[in-house]
Design a protein around this ligand. Structure first.
Ligand code: FAD
Length: 300
C-alpha cells in the first residue's frame, strides 16, 4: 500500500489501550525517505553509490547518528490514566497540550483493573511487579477499586454542584482518572521514548501504550526505520566493558556441558565485580549470558 494511503487509514484511528484509553495519530510529517534525505545532505551524493536507503538507515541507527531521525515528526491524541501520564510527561522533548481540569469537568472515566490483572510487588526489583495475585483476592481488589472510584467521583460531582471551583474540586480525583493530550514529537525522541517504555523495566500500563504506538503507527509509517530500531535497540544487547570481560573469561574456560553453569559464571568474576557483591549489575550480566544461551538459566 502507498504511504499516503497508510497515513490516511491511520489518521484519527483510535487504538484502544487499557479499558478506556487510546492512542491515535493526528498527523505525520515525513517518512523513511526524510531520514535518508537528511543524512545524504551531510554525507553527500557519494553515499548513494555505496548504500541504498535501508543500508543507510541501518548505519545511522547503529552508530547513533540521530539528527536525520529528527526530520520526521508525529502528532498524537492520547487518552491515558494520570499515573501513567505522570511517567509519560517526563519525556521533555515533546510538545504537549493537555485537557485542563481547571477549565473543564474532569473526564468521567477511570482505569479499571480486571481481577486477574493485579500483580504482586517484585522481590528483586523494587520498582517492578511480580507474578499475578490469586483470582479470589483479585475479585475483592477489583470490587474495592470500583467502590472507591465511584465514591471519589460522587465527592467530586457534589463539590461541583455545591459551586466549588473545578480547580479545587478535582484534588481528590484518583490517579486512575483518564486525561487527554495532544503529544507531538520528532521520530528520534519518539524512538527514545519507545526504547525506554517498551522495555521490560517499564510499568506494564505504559508499556501497553508504547507498544500500541510502536506496532500500530510507527512500524507501518516508517518500515525501514522500525526494522533498524528493532534490530539495534529493542532486540539489541549492550555489553559493558566489565560484561565483555566476564564473557571473554567464561568462553576461555572448557565448557563441561551444553551451557556454562552459575559456578562457572561466579568463578570468572574479577576484583572489579567481586567488590560489587551480589549486585543488580551482576544479575543483569547473568541475564544477558542466559539470553545468549551461554549460561544455564538460574531459578530466581
Ligand atoms: C524504567 C524507568 C524508571 C524510572 N524511574 C524514575 C524514578 O524513579 N524517578 C524519576 O524521577 N524518574 C524516573 N524515570 C524517568 C527517567 O529518569 C527520565 O526522566 C524519563 O525516562 C525521560 O527520559 P529522558 O530525559 O531521556 O527523555 P527526554 O526528556 O525526552 O529527553 C531526551 C534526551 O534529551 C536530553 N535532554 C532533555 N532535556 C534535557 C535537559 N534539561 N538537560 C540536559 N539534557 C536534556 C537528554 O539527553 C535526554 O536523554 C524512570 C524512567 C524509566 C524508563
Amino acid at each position: 500500500m502507498a504511504l499516503a494511503d497508510i497515513l490516511s487509514d491511520l489518521r484519527w484511528k483510535k487504538f484502544q489501550v487499557l479499558n478506556d484509553g487510546f492512542v491515535c495519530l493526528v498527523d505525520c510529517m515525513g517518512d523513511d525517505g526524510s531520514v535518508v534525505q537528511a543524512a545524504r545532505v551531510s554525507y553527500g551524493e557519494g553515499t548513494k553509490r555505496v548504500s541504498d536507503d535501508r543500508t543507510l538507515v541501518r548505519y545511522l541507527m547503529r552508530h547513533r547518528h540521530t539528527t536525520p531521525f529528527e526530520m520526521a515528526e508525529l502528532k498524537f491524541l492520547v487518552r491515558v490514566p494520570m499515573d501513567c501520564w505522570r511517567q509519560w510527561i517526563r519525556h521533555r522533548t515533546a510538545s504537549v497540550n493537555e485537557y485542563s481540569t481547571r477549565y473543564s469537568v474532569a473526564i468521567d472515566s477511570t482505569q479499571t483493573t480486571m481481577p486477574h490483572e493485579w500483580r504482586t510487588q517484585a522481590e528483586q526489583n523494587r520498582q517492578g511487579s511480580g507474578s499475578p495475585l490469586p483470582a479470589d483476592l483479585g475479585e475483592k481488589l477489583t470490587e474495592d477499586e470500583h467502590h472507591f472510584q465511584v465514591t471519589a467521583r460522587q465527592v467530586y460531582q457534589k463539590r461541583l454542584e455545591a459551586g466549588v471551583a473545578r480547580e479545587q474540586a478535582r484534588k481528590d480525583l484518583p490517579l486512575s482518572t483518564y486525561t487527554e493530550a495532544y503529544w507531538k514529537i520528532d521520530l528520534h525522541n519518539l524512538l527514545h521514548f519507545l526504547a525506554l517504555r517498551m522495555d521490560a523495566h517499564a510499568q506494564q500500563e505504559i508499556r501497553d501504550y508504547a507498544a500500541a504506538i510502536g506496532e500500530n503507527i510507527v512500524k507501518p509509517l516508517f518500515p525501514i526505520v522500525w526494522e533498524a530500531f528493532e534490530d539495534y535497540r529493542l532486540g539489541g544487547l549492550f555489553l559493558s566493558r566489565l560484561e565483555a570481560g566476564v564473557m571473554q573469561r567464561l568462553l576461555a574456560r572448557p565448557r563441561p556441558g551444553a551451557q556454562y553453569t552459575l559456578e562457572d559464571f561466579l568463578a570468572v568474576q574479577d576484583e572489579s565485580w567481586r567488590s560489587l557483591g551480589r549486585s543488580r549489575e551482576r544479575d543483569e550480566c547473568r541475564a544477558k549470558l542466559e539470553r545468549l544461551g551461554l549460561l544455564a538459566p538460574v531459578a530466581t
